[in-house]
Design a protein around this ligand. Structure first.
Ligand SMILES: Cc1ncc(COP(=O)(O)O)c(C=O)c1O
Length: 917
């Protein structure tokens, strides 16, 4: 029996059930032939049919008719025929070959489609296949007639082929949207019911997605609208079509933003068929990839500085022929820098590249999307430069990626660092609590500097998978500062758009939701109720504003949201392929031009077209199969978690960290410790209400009990011995990321490797002498004891702070950074010397970023003062890599003279020192 559906894995339960059914049916035949008792096998088959019963109606293949036939053969005791049929179905499902079989062929009396299989009329086997949902309460004969009618329109040169699933109710339609990842379109007809006529109790975990109030009380048009909205919440990419008998024109006016097309029922199904194909073709289009491909096939004479173009410098070379052997010729045929002849310019796109970016904007739910060919490191710098002027205050998580530190430094921002909550036990940070953000904003308000505040910059989700309540953060901040701009670094989160539970916590969806909310009369009413209670926010005291959830003034708040995503990290793209998504209500008025300048500043004039084409294809894939891939990714992550936590040997040495480990209870109002493990409804609840949630696809394994530290585990064990690549460790943890590229086999291999490591460890422990054992236990003790507390940001030296008005924490990192270009202002001090000075009450100031890896965030930034906590923390580290620290010389710090020169009001012209760079 397959396990009951634990986490949105019905598709997996389904495929396991068909495999088990084949196995049991085959056994049944054998047992019969050998006159062995068959009761037990019979019970197993009955159980499997009961599992499949409620699920099969959501899929076109093998189709509910065929499934009923399987049941009939079983009940009638025709086990040979049952086994043959089930084997064929399972084979077709497992190999995806059902795509070339006509649904319904299996209903033929021959039973086994090995004998009746007809390749779909003139079907090209490589033609993409999808399924279309039709929602209408119709009888079986009507259903059959409709399917036949739709099939009649197929043509050999159709670009795609599809089969149809008919369901009768809203409840069924929503479950299908959730379960059947092959659906690409949904046709809503006027007559459908609210409740399913089937018993769906085994699918209960999906039923809380169902619209609560009874639809039947609404008019048919309203019902169509409610269904469209509910479907779009689950699968915004589905093409929705409405077929109606009355007043199409009027409906088109009212419902056209929910439905791609509205048809009159009597006008027949050809238009519908063509529209369905056209809708999928619109997402399938990859304009830049297509342009590059056709360009690469044209003979060209290249007199551009690009010898590799069309492979010219390689194919006739005597010495680098293996380059073609390895990469293949196509990649060189596509090497070009042409901006015309069907291609386009990244710096000023007007053709296929522009279209590709527009398609990406649709897919990722932004108003504008820009492709970036040098990773999110560059994307971040572009956004910051486009929006921040020297002197603007930017609030930023200190643990953000280095590209922000450098970007803000280059932009000349006054940087206010925000503190994330620490996880000392694992030597890592969580995310920045909303209370900390509000507190910092209110401090700036008190100092009269709110006008200078430009941007809030946060990482969503963090490397370790902590996800913000993006919408809530923006609402509350906009209540205090209505024109604040948000940059959400979603380097790790591009995939999140394609799963209904993740999506609301993405920057682009939250921005859209906020724009819509701000327009609602109910929202204005809530704001007015708040004003009634606490008066104007500008006049309310800090305490009041900190304690309550704030609603921004809809008349003043502007939604200005940017997100940067490393497409290459979580979706399909060549390395460095990244996107900037923009939903900024003031973009065209205030930003477009500076954005263009910033884009020009950081973008190569020779961008890599292969990367751009891969972004275009990555977008196509996400638009057509993102939902399926992300579901499978989560499922694989849960398999990994289960395998580690339930394995008797592994669980002795390793443990997957849970939501409760990584997010303190104060940020989890739901009180649920392991959301996904306790079922999808719990996960939905937690993702709706908790301040922070954990992305289940990131699996952090605690390895303290092995006595091997994270870095050694990664290099010495995983990488060198077994070729397993990971990219993040802490002192006592290793992070395994599952992505859309993770397969069940790769999870199985990882488990195999972990078990081997644990076995080796067991063997070593058994052979250890008492002294060796004591040394090992000491190592374990060191790894399992909490580390020295992670140090807070100690503060900027006053020379780099704003001298005007009340002192506030922001600092001028650019000034602090460039001052050190003059060597005579700097000296190296050993940690001991610094400790001595700090003890004497002197201020020692770093000239540069000091970043130990791991954990990988700067413990010191230019202009920051050393604190006893920082020194203690650095002392406790045994990481081999500390950027910005020279083991031979020590820390580079400012001499007093430099700090005097840098002090506000001092003559800051650097001396023309000979050693200045
Ligand atoms: C949070 C965050 N932002 C940005 C980046 C940089 O992204 P890319 O590697 O695409 O340049 C990273 C890279 O690890 C990151 O972790």
């Amino acid at each position: 029996m397959p396990k009951p559906p634990a986490y949105n894995s019905l598709w997996q339960v389904r495929s396991d059930a068909w495999s088990s059914l084949e196995e049991s049916a085959t056994q049944l035949v054998l047992a019969g032939a050998q006159h062995r008792p068959v009761e037990q096998l019979g019970d197993a088959i009955q159980g499997l049919l009961d599992v499949l019963g409620p699920i099969e109606r959501f899929w076109a293949f093998p189709g509910i008719g065929t499934f009923q036939k399987v049941r009939r053969l079983f009940t009638a005791g025709k086990y040979d025929r049952l086994a043959a049929l089930v084997t064929d179905i399972n084979y077709a499902l497992a190999t995806d070959s059902f795509r070339t079989i006509r649904a319904g062929d299996l209903d033929a009396d021959d039973d086994s489609f090995d004998r009746v299989v007809k390749p779909m009329e003139q079907v090209r086997k490589d033609r993409p296949y999808f399924e279309v949902l039709i929602v209408e309460d119709m009888s079986e004969p009507q259903e059959r007639a409709l399917l036949e009618e739709m099939r009649r329109w197929r043509r050999p040169d159709d670009p795609f082929t599809y089969e149809i699933v008919v369901l009768h109710s809203l409840e069924d339609a929503l479950m299908a949207a959730r379960l059947n990842f092959r659906l690409q379109a949904c046709v809503v007809r006027r007559r459908f019911t609210h409740r399913s006529r089937h018993d769906s109790s085994s699918l209960q975990q999906f039923t809380d997605l169902i619209v609560a109030d009874d639809l039947m009380a609404h008019s048919p048009d309203d019902r169509a609208q409610i269904l469209a909205r509910a479907l779009a919440r689950i699968r915004p990419e589905l093409d929705l079509y409405l077929m109606t008998e009355i007043s199409v024109e009027e409906l088109a006016g009212r419902l056209s933003h929910h439905y791609r097309r509205i048809f009159h029922t009597r006008e027949g199904s050809l238009e519908l068929h063509l529209s369905i194909l056209d809708g999928v073709a619109a997402r399938y289009r990859a304009p830049f990839f297509s342009a590059l491909r056709s360009y690469s096939q044209r003979p060209t004479g290249v007199f551009h500085a690009l010898p590799i173009s069309h492979g010219k410098s390689i194919v006739d070379s005597r010495w680098i022929k293996d380059m073609v052997d390895f990469y293949g010729l196509d990649i060189f045929l596509a090497e070009t820098s042409a901006t015309c002849g069907g291609l386009d310019s990244l710096l000023e796109p007007t053709g296929p590249l522009r279209e590709a970016q527009q398609l990406a904007a649709e897919t990722f739910g932004s108003r504008h999307t820009y492709f970036v060919t040098n990773g999110t490191s560059t994307a971040n710098k572009i956004v910051v430069q486009a929006l921040v002027q020297p002197g603007d205050i930017v609030l930023v998580d200190r643990n953000c990626h280095q590209s922000h530190h450098y970007g803000l430094m280059l932009a000349g921002a006054m940087v206010t660092y925000l503190e994330a909550y620490p996880l000392n036990e694992y030597s890592m940070y969580g995310a920045v609590p909303l209370a900390e953000i509000k507190q910092k904003l209110l401090t700036l308000r008190r100092a009269g500097k709110l006008d200078q505040v430009k941007m809030l910059l946060l990482t969503n989700c963090t490397f370790d998978g902590i996800v913000y309540d993006v919408g809530r953060v923006m609402e509350e901040c906009l209540a205090i500062k209505p024109d604040l701009i948000f940059l959400w670094d979603e380097a790790w989160f591009a995939f999140a758009r394609f799963h209904p539970v993740y999506r609301p916590r993405t920057a682009m969806r939250a921005a859209r939701t906020l724009i819509e909310k701000l327009r609602l009369p109910e929202y204005r009413a809530s704001y007015e109720a708040q004003a009634e209670e606490i008066g104007a926010i500008d006049a309310a005291d800090d305490d009041t504003l900190l304690k309550r959830r704030l609603i921004p003034d809809p008349a003043r708040a502007r939604v200005r949201v940017y997100s940067t995503q490393s497409t290459h990290k979580t979706l399909t793209s060549l390395r460095q392929g990244s996107m900037i998504h923009v939903t900024d209500q003031d973009f065209s008025q205030k930003v477009e031009e500076t954005f263009h300048e910033a884009y020009m500043t950081h973008t190569s004039t020779s961008p890599n077209y292969q990367i751009l084409a891969s972004l275009d294809l990555g977008r196509r894939q996400a638009a057509l199969e993102g939902f399926e891939l992300v579901q499978k990714q989560i499922e694989n992550a849960m398999r990994l978690r289960d395998a580690v936590d339930h394995h008797p040997l592994l669980s002795k040495y390793m443990r997957c960290l849970t939501t409760a480990d990584l997010i303190p209870a104060e940020y989890r109002s739901s009180g649920i410790d392991q959301p996904l493990r306790s079922g999808l409804p719990n996960m939905i609840k937690v993702w709706e209400q908790d301040e922070f949630v954990l992305d289940p696809s990131r699996v952090t394994i605690y390895i303290g009990a092995t006595g091997i530290d994270g870095d050694q585990f990664k290099r010495g064990q995983l990488m060198d011995r077994y070729g397993v690549q990971i990219n993040k460790t802490s002192r006592n943890t290793v992070l395994f990321m599952t992505t859309i590229g993770t397969t069940r086999s790769s999870v199985a291999y990882l488990i195999e490797v972990l078990v081997t490591i644990a076995r080796d460890l067991e063997a070593q422990l058994a052979d250890m002498s008492p002294n060796e054992r004591a040394a090992h236990e000491l190592k374990v003790l060191r790894l399992t004891a909490p580390s020295a507390p992670l140090p807070d940001f100690s503060g900027f030296h006053p020379s780099f702070q704003d001298a005007n008005g009340q002192p506030t924490p922001e600092g001028d990192v650019r000034r602090a950074f460039y001052l050190s270009y003059n060597d005579s202002y700097c000296e190296y001090l050993t940690p001991e010397e610094i400790e001595q000075r700090v003890e004497n009450g002197e201020q020692v100031v770093s000239t540069t970023y000091v970043t130990p890896y791991p954990p990988g965030y700067p413990v010191l930034v230019p202009g920051q003062v050393f604190s006893p906590e920082i020194l203690a923390f650095m002392r406790s580290l045994d990481t081999p890599e500390v950027h910005g620290y020279r083991a031979d010389l020590g820390y580079r710090v400012y001499v007093d003279k430099a700090l005097e020169i840098a002090a506000p009001g001092a003559n800051r012209r650097p001396e023309a020192a000979p050693e200045s760079r």
